[in-house]
Design a binder for this molecule. Structure first.
Ligand SMILES: [Zn+2]
Ligand SMILES: [Zn+2]
Length: 356
């Protein structure tokens, strides 16, 4: 079976994998397919359980705050309505979309696809629906919200005269976030794509284009049309990618400075203005013995974004300078580079006896 690597675009022939095996890209070393720790049944169970848990998460109280003998309970839906009533219309809309609607949509779509495959149905909508389910994973990350909720819980619990209790909705939220991670860990997307429609082996002389979503290799004459499997638009190249990437990276690096120098929020405590930057928040976590949470916040808020921007910036500069350093890991001779006209040419490796 021939596929296009989702990261570097190289065309590769994948052999059938046995149990507990992983196939890597010969060029960029990304996992192309793995049977290690992956199971469609486990992914279906986790996805369905997450979908069911989303109902109590949105309908039951998340936290209970006791303050000076009075108590209040926080329900996600009521919080969105409160934001709307206080004039935070954009924030209310974003919260409703990202916290309430998208997780429901994502896990409904994913459960539908995995359920259909599990019970042997192969309707035509499986490909586009699975494509949407994968795309929504970027925008409906309950596990990321769990980290934010953990920091908020810590902040509230540090207010000496307030007692914070995690209610049933909050417990369901924690379980749903953990199941989201388990769904991601147990799902091998190539197995799902292959169950929807199998790839076939391409002839070496054939001119090809690879789908950037499902990696299905198709004749180059289909460039600009819809993918046969997932219905995404086929495109041989993104010609403006270095310029667009450079603009976004420069903007991200510039915004990263005020994001860390200026406070994220300012609160009034007993008439005194208190502003928290990301770094002072991390420092507080360390001072109060919450160092695991401090390390996690530092990595996710400072280290990873900065490292990612520097790495992507370095890649863009390397592309502009036509540097050979970026292709330091040459593919094996069995691999095929896509050439600019959509054809393929074999890479000859000096370390391979048949190439020599
Ligand atoms: Zn690759
Ligand atoms: Zn596709």
């Amino acid at each position: 079976m021939t596929i296009a690597c989702p990261e570097c675009g190289i065309f590769e022939d994948l052999p059938p994998l046995g149990r507990r095996h992983t196939a890597y890209c010969a060029c960029c070393r990304i996992d192309l397919e793995t049977t290690r720790g992956r199971s469609l049944n486990a992914a279906l169970a986790c996805s369905f359980a997450t979908l069911v848990l989303l109902f109590p998460v949105n309908l039951l109280p998340i936290l209970r705050v006791d303050l000076f003998g009075r108590h209040s309970e926080n329900v996600i839906g009521a919080g969105v309505i409160a934001l709307w009533r206080q004039g935070w219309i954009v924030l209310a809309g974003l919260s409703a979309v990202f916290v309430v609607i998208l997780p429901f949509v994502r896990f409904s779509l994913l459960t539908s696809v995995l359920g259909a495959l599990r019970f042997g149905y192969r309707p035509r909508w499986l490909g586009p629906v699975f494509r949407w389910a994968m795309w929504l994973d970027l925008w409906a990350m309950l596990d990321v919200y769990l980290l934010a909720a953990g920091v908020a819980y810590y902040r509230l619990s540090n207010v000496g005269y307030a007692t914070i209790t995690i209610e049933l909705g909050g417990q369901c939220f924690i379980a749903a976030a953990l199941l989201t991670m388990l769904t991601r860990a147990s799902l091998d997307r190539r197995t799902v794509w292959r169950a929807i429609a199998r790839e076939c082996e391409a002839r070496p002389a054939e001119r090809l284009v690879g789908c950037a979503v499902c990696d299905l290799v198709q004749p180059a004459s289909r460039d600009g049309e819809r993918c046969l499997r997932c219905r995404a638009r086929l495109s041989r190249r993104k010609w403006d990618a270095p310029w667009t990437t450079a603009a976004i990276v420069i903007a991200a690096i510039l915004l990263f400075i005020p994001a860390n120098v200026y406070p994220m929020n300012i609160s009034h405590q007993l008439g005194v203005k208190v502003g928290y930057t990301i770094l002072t928040g991390i420092e507080d976590l360390f001072k109060n013995g919450q160092w695991p949470l401090g390390v996690l916040v530092f990595c996710t808020s400072v280290l990873i974004p900065m490292g990612k921007n520097i790495a992507v910036g370095w890649c863009v500069v390397s592309v502009w300078r036509r540097s050979g350093v970026i292709s330091w890991r040459r593919p094996r001779c069995s691999a095929w580079w896509p050439s600019s006209d959509g054809g393929r040419r074999p890479i000859r490796s000096p370390s391979c006896s048949s190439c020599r």
